[in-house]
Ligand binder design. Structure first.
Ligand code: SF4
Length: 275
């Protein structure tokens, strides 16, 4: 029997490892009801993860291995703290009145929240009962798990499209692109609000054809409210070192203003609202 831990307030840039050594592997997790799950940490005042001011909950477990990941300590369930969904909902209640006042809400990120789909759904359901706007940040790789019941608890999907080219996607993430495209198309068919996020990494995702492919894919989707360019940075590099992981981007720099402008222009020219 796993013992329930303490929900950690902090930052996505805090290193959390080894909190639940008996946790299953993230690819084998068999959620019974979603009453319990594994959490990295939560932040209380983000302005970057959805509209207004957000509480952002970072869940453990991800099946991708992005070369530029700044949270490799969210990849494995065993690194997260085992908590109950009710603990999270009760903590959220302390912030709910203030979040409502400023038009904010709850964003669940990761790792990949859909590794623990039922846990995520329970927390969103609790947030909705508190009158909060709900958003999920996801790669879409597990989008097939997002059934109608799950999506009905979510107001906004922050969809990370890491590449439009299957080869590049595989190189960047170690996984296939197709599930993300399938999920993007399904969200468009449902007219579910989406902000597409694209991480701009010089020498890795910045090929004009790669950017063009994403722009052409999302421009016709009426449900995509924004495309957000996220410049690569090194704030998570220390985690790769601390976890003794091979970090291929050690010498990669942040995109120059010129490169960022070119990419913004590419999205704009295709007809996207971009920032
Ligand atoms: S999907 Fe997110 S958490 Fe998972 S490896 Fe990629 S950047 Fe990291």
């Amino acid at each position: 029997m796993l013992s329930v831990g303490v929900l950690q307030q902090g930052s996505r840039y805090d290193l959390h490892i080894g909190a639940s050594p008996d946790a299953p592997d993230e690819s084998d997790l068999d959620e019974v009801s979603g009453a319990y799950g594994y959490v990295h940490s939560y932040e209380t005042a983000s302005r970057y993860d959805g509209p207004g001011l957000r509480v952002v909950l970072f869940l453990s477990g991800c099946l991708l291995r992005c070369q530029y990941c700044h949270n490799p300590d969210t990849w494995h369930l065993k690194d997260g703290t085992y908590v109950s969904a009710q603990q999270v909902i009760d903590r959220l209640a302390a912030f709910a009145p203030a979040l409502q006042l400023v038009g904010g809400g709850l964003t669940i990120s990761g790792g990949e929240a859909m590794v623990q789909r039922d846990f995520t759904r329970r927390i969103f359901s609790g947030a909705k009962k508190q009158g909060l706007h709900t958003a999920i940040e996801t790669s879409g790789f597990l989008g097939d798990r997002a059934d109608d019941r799950f999506l009905s608890e979510i107001d906004l999907v922050l969809l990370d499209i890491k590449s439009s080219d299957p080869e590049t996607y595989r190189m960047v993430t170690g996984r296939e692109l197709a599930p993300t495209l399938r999920f993007a198309e399904r969200l468009a068919a449902l007219n579910k609000a989406v902000w597409v996020r694209f991480t701009l990494v010089p020498g890795l995702t910045d090929e004009p054809a790669n950017v063009e492919g994403i722009a052409k894919l999302v421009a016709p989707m009426k449900n995509v409210e924004w495309v957000e360019i996220q410049p690569f940075h090194q704030l998570g590099a220390f985690k790769w070192k601390a976890m003794q992981l091979d970090y291929a981007l050690e010498h990669t720099e942040a995109p120059t203003p010129e490169l960022t402008r070119r990419v913004l222009d590419q999205f704009r020219s295709a007809g996207c609202r971009v920032r």
